[in-house]
Ligand binder design. Sequence first.
Ligand code: C2E
Ligand code: MG
Ligand code: MG
Ligand code: MG
Length: 291
Amino acid sequence: YQAKRDRTGVEVYESKRDSNTPDRLGLLGDLRRALDAGDVELHYQPKVRFDGEVAGLEALVRWVHPERGKVPPDEFIAIAESSGLMPHLTEYVLESALAQVARWRSQGLNVPVAVNVSPRDVHTPGFAGAVAARLARHGVPAGALQLEITEHVLLEDPQRAADTLAGLTGHGVKMSLDDFGTGYSSLVHLRRLPVSELKIDRSFVARLAVDTEDAEIVRCTVDLAHSLGLLVVAEGVEDDETWERLRDLGCDAVQGWLVAAAMPPSETTAWLRARGEGATHRPVDPAPGPA
Ligand code: C2E
Ligand code: MG
Ligand code: MG
Ligand code: MG
């Protein structure tokens, strides 16, 4: 494998993506052991409305390999997907996120958390029931959990996926459609998927302020989503100008480094408290960007 250093000086693992190299298999074994040992962590990135109110947090998985350093989620999620480890990873993430939600709730911080789930999960028999059981075990109301899915869930067995998603929403879990614009972005998908939120992919958001076509795509997506009664979240907002444009286009909430990157739990707690968030959902700080 090749290793390079990221901005913080920590080694970042990079591999050739698409082969079952011994390297990949080694990484798979290491990931399985890391999950068993509890060495995989979740960080949390806020979703914030334009009035500054925190709409929720997204759990993002983080793995620091003992020798290789940080392994990007895209890398090991692909490995987990293609190897059958995905259900185990998702159980781990759900377990860890729900334990954290319960902890926050006991401290008076009632902020909903979104967990990314893969198409594999949605096609696992009994997934909806397992999620409901896990919520009950942690004493967390279903409304405090959101699951982020992508259109890829409809590729394999659309009916099975639709049934699972109906089961989840039936239990009161909210669904969010992630990375919108990068898949097939079919209107049929939007109609078939029982989602209450749509996340515009970072690739359209990044150049929004300078690319008029991207701006038009975002405008149309926001309007379409609103006409279907969905909330719209923009991913990857890094600067004030983009923030302003999204506000003017009627987007509901943003996520991005401008507001906060994904943070470890303790830092997230401090961040929420500093904003006076949680029990009251009262905006304290002015929203990032111009007043
Ligand atoms: P995603 O769900 O679309 O998450 C957004 C990604 O964008 C995250 O990368 C986040 O750290 C990054 N990001 C957030 N704000 C900014 C910004 O302002 N600028 C830029 N350039 N990037 C930003 P991350 O954490 O590396 O995760 C990558 C992908 O891995 C996620 O994309 C998601 O598809 C997947 N993933 C992460 N955690 C999990 C998990 O627990 N389970 C599953 N199934 N997938 C996960
Ligand atoms: Mg996501
Ligand atoms: Mg996304
Ligand atoms: Mg994305």
